[in-house]
Design a protein around this ligand. Structure first.
Ligand SMILES: Nc1ncnc2c1ncn2[C@@H]1O[C@H](COP(=O)(O)OP(=O)(O)OP(=O)(O)O)[C@@H](O)[C@H]1O
Ligand SMILES: [Mg+2]
Length: 194
């Protein structure tokens, strides 16, 4: 998950993808804030944590740390909202870059900057519109702007979910709504990678 804009849903998407993953998966927290660790209530100093059968969480702060994800067939990486050496290293070593993006002009600008900076490193970059309010005309227009981003695969938008806060920081995704939308959005996508 990469976008230099904060608050676009990188961490939420990483959690939902991990919760929907069926194979042996590792979630990699490559952020400074360590939101994933907080979400799964991992003690700050612990670098590796078993969330459940087939799902581990590791936390890294530099490029060599990414080696610890090598034994896992599925690796989902949450990054921080800026492009630094670690983010570039992650981009170079990822099969797919997902750019979550909200319907805000600055977020779209940030997505464009990321696409420009990272397209030479990755075969596949997907834009994932998040917090989509389908009943807002403005969002439909911005949807058009996103579609015009040449050569970029676009996933089904994730709607704005008012009760999303309920899923935070209790270690379980109790709001099945959000998972339902992520399942739908990523359906075809999983078929192409599994
Ligand atoms: N579909 C959604 N509907 C409503 N709120 C959402 C949705 N997805 C995420 N949020 C909320 O938006 C906020 C930001 O989401 P998140 O932390 O996943 O973004 P981020 O890109 O990881 O931010 P940062 O760059 O600061 O790490 C959180 O409070 C989260 O609960
Ligand atoms: Mg985050």
């Amino acid at each position: 998950m990469i976008n230099t804009k904060g608050g676009v849903g990188k961490t939420t998407t990483a959690i939902c993808m991990a919760e929907l993953s069926r194979g042996r998966t590792v979630l990699v927290d490559a952020t400074q804030d360590k939101n994933l660790k907080a979400y799964y209530q991992v003690p700050p100093k612990k670098r590796k944590h078993k969330i459940r059968e087939n799902l581990d969480l590791i936390s890294i702060s530099s490029s060599p740390g990414l080696r610890s994800a090598l034994p896992y067939p599925f690796v989902i990486i949450d990054t921080q909202p800026f492009l630094n050496e670690l983010t570039f290293h992650i981009a170079k070593n990822s099969d797919i870059i997902i750019i979550p993006c909200i319907y805000d002009l600055w977020a779209i600008e940030s997505a464009k900057i990321c696409i420009e900076a990272l397209s030479r490193y990755s075969q596949r970059i997907c834009l994932l519109p998040t917090k989509y309010r389908w009943y807002w005309k403005k969002h439909h227009q911005r949807f058009g702007v996103m579609r015009e981003m040449i050569g970029i695969e676009m996933l089904e938008p994730i709607p704005f979910i008012r009760s999303v806060e309920n899923i935070s920081f209790d270690g379980t995704i109790s709001n099945t709504n959000i998972l339902k939308y992520y399942r739908k959005s990523l359906e075809g996508f999983y078929e192409t990678i599994l």
